[in-house]
Design a protein around this ligand. Structure first.
Ligand SMILES: Cc1cc2nc3c(=O)[nH]c(=O)nc-3n(C[C@H](O)[C@H](O)[C@H](O)COP(=O)(O)O)c2cc1C
Length: 394
């Protein structure tokens, strides 16, 4: 890209733990469901490659499952049917070969790539008539949320999601931590540049971190510090599995999918405690996942969650949410947003030191060349609602 544009400052390279990012722009993880039987297809590789060719410095892939039955259910690994829709996994020969192709294509286009490793936790809806329908839902305390949160669900969702279960046992917890570590080692073996852990949005790692879903009184629960033990042990195990030359990014959020107004931390002091524990365990980069970067977090301060994170911990921070698009606060990510040009506001925040990396989601899903348009001033494309559908990888 030539110089002299309003996004120049974001196009400067930066090195973290010896890994050189070509620029400060990261593609946000977005589930695509285009990996039948857990294997990312050639179309998935081409989809990510197009974003790297469009100038994105690093790609954080869609959520990828670790090997634990408690996180399956959205696809059928053993069904043998020709499934068009499937969520990718990070274990097994065929999926890993599929990922190797994705990594090679993104590298050939000059980008870095991290897989987002995740476990669904309480958000695993029981499989509908699929091979894994007898599998239980993994969660710290066997509960989906507070009575108020459950009351906020519509009837169908409450039926699908609010399925009280037993709490995970010590052995089950250890097995999941090992599965994160194995998935990370697998990812490294096929050439990924780092690991992005999904610690937000109401999935398993986040379930342990939150008072609404972690009522444990053993060493995996307690106050906001005690509830961090699972996340910390996952990070440590991943660090041991991948060594010191590979990055770990950690995504967290105040909100969850089913309670946009949830507050993981009530005060900056609590946020500082949890960030420091994660940084000490081996996190290199924090992805502060907001639904919109304009959202303030704590009463009495205009700062958003990435600005707070940057203030409180000595690690590079990714600002997430709302680049090039706008939606109402309680609207789903799957509703087509309004296209907006908010690049100048973002650059002002970058200049003010509110973040180190910018994550871009829907704007890049809609247009692989969004960054080029931001640079040249060409008009942004209208939003194509079809791009939000599962299976879309154009
Ligand atoms: C279709 C779709 C799928 C998503 N899947 C994931 C996911 O797998 N993991 C994740 O952490 N966030 C996921 N998100 C959230 C995005 O990463 C991002 O945080 C959100 O879209 C806000 O950023 P944006 O305004 O730039 O799109 C998804 C969002 C969309 C629209």
């Amino acid at each position: 890209m030539s110089s002299s544009s309003r996004i120049d400052a974001l196009l400067e390279p930066v090195t973290v733990r010896g890994v050189k990012f070509p620029n400060r722009v990261i593609m946000s993880p977005m589930t695509r469901g285009a990996s039948p039987n857990g294997v990312p297809s050639p179309e998935v590789a081409a989809y990510y490659r197009r974003r790297a060719e469009g100038g994105v410095g690093a790609i954080f892939t869609e959520s990828v499952f670790i090997e634990d039955k408690g996180t399956m259910g959205k696809f059928d690994l053993e069904g043998g049917e020709d499934l068009k829709i499937g969520w990718p996994v990070m274990f097994g020969d065929a999926p890993l070969e599929g990922w190797r192709r994705v990594v090679d294509e993104v590298h050939a286009a000059g980008g870095l790539i991290f897989p987002q490793l995740m476990h669904l936790g309480i958000q695993r809806t029981p499989a509908k008539g699929q091979a894994w329908s007898d599998i239980h839902i993994s969660s710290p305390s066997g509960i989906w949320g507070t009575p108020e949160q459950i009351a906020g669900l519509d009837e169908e969702k409450a039926k699908a999601l609010n399925c009280p279960e037993k709490a995970m046992t010590e052995d089950e917890i250890r097995a999941v931590i090992n599965a994160f570590a194995e998935a990370a080692a697998n990812a490294k073996s096929v050439g990924f540049d780092g690991i992005a852990l999904h610690g937000g949005h109401g999935y398993l790692i986040d379930n342990f971190m939150r008072e609404e879903t972690n009522l444990r009184t053993d060493d995996w629960g307690g106050d906001h510090v005690g509830r961090m033990r699972f996340a910390v042990e996952v990070v440590r195990a991943v660090r041991t599995a991948i060594g010191d030359d590979t990055l770990i990014s950690f995504r967290f959020s105040q909100w969850t999918h089913h309670d946009v107004d949830a507050m993981l931390t009530k005060t900056p002091e609590e946020l500082q405690d949890i960030l420091q524990l994660l940084a000490d365990a081996g996190v290199d980069i924090f992805e502060a996942s907001a639904r919109d970067f304009r959202d303030p977090v704590y009463e009495g301060s205009p700062l958003n969650i990435s600005a707070w994170t940057r203030k409180l911990v000595d690690r590079p921070v990714v600002m997430v949410g709302g680049t090039g698009v706008r939606r109402e606060r309680h609207e789903s990510a799957l509703k087509p947003p309004q296209v907006v040009d908010n690049v100048d506001e973002i650059m002002e925040r970058f200049a003010a030191g509110e973040f180190d990396f910018l994550a871009i989601g829907r704007a890049l899903l809609n247009d692989p060349n969004w960054l080029q348009r931001a640079r040249t001033g060409e008009p942004f494309l209208d939003f194509n609602p079809a791009c939000l559908k599962m299976g879309y990888v154009e």
